[in-house]
Design a protein around this ligand. Structure first.
Ligand code: CAA
Length: 258
């Protein structure tokens, strides 16, 4: 696969997607979003890929939407660009495989927004998060005004969005924006280790768990619990459920097929 601004490397059934446009701190211009969509097509269709690590080259994870590309936009051009990014990030949530953002540096604006579309986040001690759009005379437009208040205390989300202030890795951990803060040199090893564990689990367990969590969060509790019932029941149609439970009863490790 050919990409302009992205690296795509598979190991242990996990793909590492690296946004690779360091001259603009990995800002997400249209070409980079197109690369990302091409990578997502492959992740969605390739059964050999069980999960994704998303990271960035150099000192940035992603420094946001591309300011030089959008500076002269009309409202209509903004709608097309931001809509494209929103659809791309929605795909990250819709693909029924776990995504981990390994945040190596600046995750500002669209950078924070793409990592919030992932299932969970690990950060380097050097990572800096934030929604600085107000400093540019706009507001978040890649999903940030919706995902941030759903992920952290809504009052804090408002403070972060209204002030445009930076959030350190340590604060990100404290407020639940990231699960873990790592030494910079340990970030990718830690990311690979957890994704290797996740990739050893049956594909249908991961698929239905992600769907149950994502769809459930957007609906009321009792409908969400009904959805969970449908999905857990579907698990019982899988040979890996038979194998998992048989292995437990025979006191041996499971040998999953998917
Ligand atoms: N878009 C386009 N280019 C960017 C960029 C961005 N978001 N962020 C950085 N760059 C470019 C710089 O223009 C610079 O290019 P040149 O070398 O050609 O001048 C290069 O990347 C290196 O950046 P700096 O020299 O600024 O690096 P620094 O270390 O001094 O500062 C920084 C780093 C604090 C992250 C700073 O670059 C910065 O503030 N970037 C903008 C962050 C931002 O505002 N992001 C939000 C964008 S709006 C958005 O994302 C809206 C939305 O919801 C979708």
């Amino acid at each position: 696969m050919e990409f302009q601004n992205l690296l795509f490397e598979v190991a242990d059934r996990v793909v590492t997607i690296t946004i690779n446009r360091p001259s603009a701190l990995n800002a997400l211009n249209n070409d980079t979003l197109t690369d990302l969509n091409k990578a997502l097509d492959e992740v969605a269709k390739n059964d050999g890929i069980k999960g994704v690590i998303l990271t960035g080259t150099g000192k940035a994870f992603v420094a946001g939407a591309d300011i030089s590309q959008m500076a002269s936009y009309t409202p209509e051009q903004c709608r097309a660009y931001m809509g494209y990014a929103q659809q791309t990030f929605n795909r990250i949530e819709a693909i029924e495989k776990p995504f981990l953002a390994a945040v190596n540096g600046y995750a500002l604006g669209g950078g924070n927004e793409i990592c919030m579309a992932c299932d969970f986040r690990y950060a380097s001690e050097k990572a800096i998060f934030g929604q600085p759009e107000v400093n540019l005379g706009i507001m978040p437009g890649f999903g940030g005004s919706q995902r941030l208040p759903r992920l952290v205390n809504p009052g804090l989300a408002r403070e972060i969005i209204y002030s445009g202030r930076n959030v350190t890795a340590e604060e990100a951990l404290r407020i639940g924006l990231v699960n873990r803060v790592c030494a910079p040199e340990a970030l990718m090893d830690e990311a690979r280790a957890i994704m290797k564990t996740i990739a050893s689990k049956p594909a249908h367990s991961l698929r239905y768990a992600k769907t149950s969590i994502n769809r459930g969060l957007d609906t009321d509790l009792y409908k969400a619990i009904q959805l969970e019932l449908e999905l857990v029941s579907l698990c019982f149609s899988s040979p890996d459920q038979k194998e998992g439970m048989k292995a437990f009863l025979e006191k041996r490790p499971a040998n999953f097929a998917s």
